[in-house]
Design a binder for this molecule. Structure first.
Ligand SMILES: [Zn+2]
Length: 154
């Protein structure tokens, strides 16, 4: 058994829609950053990579590389799951916390869980958490995500 931790943060202000866990949230301002700025998919990917002692997402898919501009992070996550399997591991489960003051994410959490579980091939749990007015998340400047992943030898 191997455990890994992933963390990601993206500021609001992207050109595209808000996408979290492969789910487009219609009433949300988009996040700025790498690929489609899906901070949830990125944190889950980094948790899986960390558990397998592989390079992190930013090293595998550098933001400076034009190939990854606007690409779906769920496609990157699928690639990461392949790499984890090739390294001899199988995902057991993932748990994630999304810290966001706005928009209200509760109506979309089930869809995020389903999409992520399908791509990871194991249960992925997602929990929204408000920023309580504190820090960059609380001031609605950014969304931050933490994820832990458990792997077993395949
Ligand atoms: Zn990211």
């Amino acid at each position: 058994m191997r455990v890994g931790l992933g963390y990601d943060v993206h500021p609001f202000g992207g050109d595209g829609p808000l996408v979290l866990g492969g789910v487009t949230i219609p009433d949300g301002t988009g996040l700025a950053g790498h690929s489609d700025a899906d901070a949830l998919a990125h944190a889950v990917a980094d948790a899986l990579l960390g558990a397998a002692s592989l390079d992190d997402l930013g090293t595998l898919f550098p933001a400076s590389d034009e190939r990854w501009r606007g690409v779906s992070s769920m496609a990157l996550l699928a690639d990461v799951v392949d790499r984890v399997r090739q390294a001899g591991y199988q995902p057991v489960n993932v748990d994630a916390v999304i810290a966001a003051e706005q928009p209200r994410l509760a109506p979309y959490i089930d869809s995020m869980r389903k999409e992520l579980s399908r791509v990871v091939g194991a249960p992925v749990n997602v929990k929204p958490k408000a920023g309580e007015g504190v820090g960059a998340v609380g001031r609605s400047e950014a969304i931050a995500v933490w994820a832990v992943a458990l792997l077993e030898s395949a």
